[in-house]
Design a binder for this molecule. Structure first.
Ligand code: PLP
Length: 452
């Protein structure tokens, strides 16, 4: 087919100036988060012991549909936004599908992923509130890199706990964080009580996001003028990521199309929320029938097989208790290469939306994700992040379904990052050294016993 237009961009003066807060439009609001110590509902005051006040306010804001993006944040967004909306003509041709496939290319951000969209406002709010130091955890290193850069921009010191298995698998991500001036520690470490406790019990612990969060939270709570920031799961992070879907909405309009299916890979839910919520608002408010599919790893299936219950966001139990789909905060995910998806729970908003049938979830085996990623790379010339490969695999499956039925559906997925730092994983796939991992019903049952 002749290429009409391959990529769509927004002029700088048409970039969104507000984020979309879906909590205002949800009929069933997300369940109440509870303070981990008192078990009372969290408040802006209790949350802001850990987070910036503004992030805490956004977290609990159930009424304002639109939230202004501060000017300095808008300015930083201009360093890489708008990101292109791309029509995947190459992939359509490879698949021989009548579907129209589009992807939003978040891999063009300075740090190579969508994570910067939330790192910038979180660092900015900390700076405005007189904070000098920030801490965080990182899995594959994408969030740590984004926070390291955003901290540099706004003149904050940053300390990052990186999940040990990723620290070893992806040494160059650590280097990038250090280039931006961040202090990086493999987790679990002996530098916190939480880390020591875990290492005493499990000396060979490979680390998990849950453990690294415990360490970063502990450091924030015990360091003066220090706040904790996070790259996923919480509602204010999803809010910041709606810049993706708001741009995509305008760009799809430029292309003269509207998506029938929107797909995002799923770690804690931030990029899925970001690309989906602006379109979902039309399902909620004006009866559109777009399908939204979260693509998660088969080895970490919180949405497809987890339990809806109150659980902690971290292994030690420092974070608020959140009503969410979870595999249990002690769940130790397999060492898959999509480090950003190795997390036991889902954010409270997406959990409620899934419960209410406003979205769907699909799980994908590791080998299938790399197969899809390579098919995409050959067709479009971009090597995708292992996390993004999950969304690509689901997009390809939907496009193949269209081939069977002859339907010309419009499919939009989010390309969260490039995989140029993940070539060790691609090497393993290419040499046939990659495994699939599954988890038994008994293990899920065991890990979630006692959680209600
Ligand atoms: C962190 C990350 C993800 C998963 O996080 P979400 O909050 O679920 O979006 C996906 N892709 C990339 C490239 C990431 O860095």
């Amino acid at each position: 087919m002749a290429i009409k237009q391959k990529r769509y961009f927004l002029p700088e003066n048409e970039l969104p100036t507000q984020w979309y807060n879906i909590q205002a439009d949800m009929v069933n609001k997300p369940g109440t988060m509870l303070d981990p110590v008192t078990r009372e509902p969290v408040t802006v005051e209790s949350l802001s012991r850990l987070l910036s006040v503004e992030s805490s306010r956004q977290e609990l804001n159930m009424t304002d549909r639109w939230i202004d993006i501060p000017e300095p944040v808008q300015e930083m967004y201009k360093y890489y936004r708008s990101t292109p909306l791309v029509r995947a003509y190459g992939l359509e041709k490879t698949l021989g599908t009548p579907a129209h496939i589009y992807f939003k290319n978040e891999s063009v951000s300075p740090v190579g992923s969508h994570k910067l969209n939330s790192a910038i406002p979180q660092a900015y709010y900390c700076k405005m509130e007189g904070v000098t130091n920030v801490t965080t955890e990182t899995g594959a290193g994408q969030w740590g890199t984004a926070l390291a850069y955003a901290s540099k921009v706004f003149g904050l010191e940053s300390a990052v706990y990186q999940v040990k298995v990723s620290y070893e698998q992806k040494p160059y991500r650590r280097s990038v964080m250090q280039v931006f001036g961040s202090q990086v520690t493999p987790s679990p470490s002996m530098s916190t009580r939480a880390g020591k406790d875990i290492l005493t019990q499990f000396p060979n612990h490979q680390g998990s996001l849950g453990t690294a969060i415990s360490e970063a939270v502990e450091l924030a709570l015990t360091t003066p003028n220090c706040k904790y920031t996070l790259g996923s799961v919480m509602s204010h992070v999803s809010l910041h990521q709606t810049i993706i879907g708001l741009e995509a909405e305008k760009q799809m309009e430029m292309a003269g199309e509207y998506p029938d299916i929107v797909i995002g890979c799923f770690g804690g839910g931030s990029n899925f929320s970001g690309i989906s919520f602006p379109f979902m608002r039309h399902n909620i408010l004006s009866g559109k029938k777009t399908r939204f599919i979260a693509a998660e790893p088969q080895s970490c299936p919180k949405l497809t097989r987890g339990k809806f219950c109150y659980d902690f966001g971290d292994e030690t139990g420092y974070t608020p208790l959140m009503p969410m789909f979870s595999l249990g905060h002690n769940f130790k995910p397999a060492n898959i290469h999509a480090g950003g998806l190795r997390y036991h729970g889902a954010g409270v908003i997406v959990s409620q939306l899934l419960k209410d049938g406003l979205m769907e979830a699909a799980d994908v085996a590791q080998i299938d994700t790399f197969k899809a990623g390579i098919e995409f790379a050959k067709a479009e010339g971009i090597v995708p992040a292992p996390e993004s490969c999950h969304a690509i695999a689901v997009a390809i499956a939907e496009a193949n379904r269209c081939k069977e039925t002859g339907e010309e559906k419009v499919i939009l997925f989010n390309l969260t990052g490039h995989g140029l730092m993940d070539m060790a994983a691609y090497d393993k796939y290419l040499s046939g050294d990659l495994n699939n991992f599954t988890i038994s019903d008994e293990d899920i049952e065991k890990n979630t016993t006692g959680l209600e």
